[in-house]
Design a protein around this ligand. Structure first.
Ligand code: HEM
Length: 357
């Protein structure tokens, strides 16, 4: 049923450009929450899965550090492909890897990478100028371009001098992600494996789909508003190895959790009637609730790359805006969808105009 709802949603784009995207990105949650309320139980294959969009319960679960809410193991075929990355680790192994990775990506380190971020961005801007040629206006798929740029930046920062090697690793990772998606989208039953139709998709969490002309009320607020309406992680999942209490619920061991980030970020009861409007100024107010906006997660498993992601997005955006103005191209089709992360199904075509200084 879930798969059918997703396939139906992905078969047609959203008409016009609206930020009301939940029915396309998380159609199963949207459909079932209308019938059963914001928190409900459904079956994910043979596992009971509790969907939750209550910020208090989400905060309680994600902030928990006693092992009651663990990451869900990927099905075995994706685990072989993804390996033992930090995201999939638990216990002592996670503690050790987390400590090393957090140090590698702390704010001081990230600040030291600013010259590399600027150099990568300059390289892209030169390429774009070549693309523009003599034209005053030109169209570009920024999803593809920013994906390449973020791969280049991570190669320079994380791989330093061997950045050609880093680039190659990213190409391989792209291939790996599409294989993992195939594995995740296929139904795993021990001893039997049925494959569904699947396409290959790009991985990209770092740059943002900048879907409108950016004005000036503060870049952090603009980035936050973009991450609110289009959270790359879409939803977070966990499972409990033992009986646990969450809010007023007694949850039995083996239950999985689906923390409906996209639904929370678009909830009119939290954000008001204009929840689906792009309004960066709402971030001028102090945050309503820790788990009303959590694009990078919360608690012990919060994103280790968040400083890099934010610093990178600000530098790239500022450098682009110094050189160009841009609007959505008539050829853009609004079709956000969940792949591993939130993706524009047909790219993000923008029309760029050179600013003459
Ligand atoms: C806009 C950009 C990004 C977003 C929205 C994002 C979002 C997230 C979220 C929501 C989580 C928590 C997952 C969970 O609790 O299940 C996470 C974890 C993680 N992120 Fe990011 N991320 C971004 C960029 C990055 C970058 C640039 C890196 C690395 C260079 C990175 C590395 C990681 C790692 C290693 C974890 C796992 C942490 C752990 O399990 O201890 N992320 N990210």
């Amino acid at each position: 049923m879930r798969r059918l709802l997703i396939a139906a949603a992905e078969s047609r784009p959203i008409s016009g450009i609206t930020h009301d995207i939940t029915h396309r990105v998380i159609p199963h949650y949207c459909t079932w929450s209308k019938l059963y309320g914001k928190n409900f139980l459904y079956w994910f294959g043979s596992k009971p899965r509790l969907a939750i969009a209550d910020p208090d319960m989400i905060k309680e679960a994600l902030m928990n550090s006693n092992g009651s809410f663990q990451k869900i193991n990927f099905n075995p075929s994706s685990k072989i492909l993804l390996g033992d990355g930090l995201t999939g680790l638990e216990g002592q192994k996670w503690v050790v890897h987390r400590r090393i990775t957090s140090q590698a990506f702390n704010m001081e380190r990230v600040k030291g990478w600013i010259p590399e971020i600027v150099a990568s961005t300059e390289k892209s801007l030169i390429k774009w100028e070549e693309k523009r040629g003599e034209k005053s206006e030109f169209e570009m798929d920024v999803h593809k371009e920013l994906h390449e740029l973020s791969a280049d930046i991570i190669s320079r920062t994380a791989f330093g001098s061997s950045f050609e090697e880093g680039n190659r690793i990213f190409e391989l990772q792209d291939q790996q992600v599409s294989l993992v998606l195939q594995a995740l989208r296929s139904v795993y039953v021990p001893g039997f494996r049925k494959r569904n139709n699947c396409q290959s998709f790009n991985m990209d969490t770092s740059p943002f789909s900048i879907s409108s002309r950016v004005a000036n009320p503060g870049m952090s607020m603009i980035l936050n508003e973009t991450l609110r309406l289009y959270p790359p992680a879409v939803a977070l999942t966990r499972q409990t190895p033992h009986n646990v209490k969450l809010g007023s619920l007694d949850v039995p061991a083996g239950t999985q959790f689906y923390f409906a980030m996209t639904a929370v970020h678009h909830d009119t009861e939290i954000w008001g009637d204009d929840a689906n409007e792009f309004n960066p100024l709402r971030f001028a107010e102090p945050r309503k609730h820790m788990a009303s906006f959590f694009p990078f997660g919360l608690g012990p498993r919060i994103c280790v790359g968040q400083y890099l992601a934010v610093v990178e997005a600000k530098i790239v955006l500022a450098m682009i805006l110094r050189q160009y103005t841009f609007v959505i191209s008539p050829s853009y089709v609004h079709a956000p969808m969940q792949s591993m992360t939130l993706q524009p199904q047909f790219g993000v075509q923008l029309l760029f105009s050179r600013i003459l200084h």
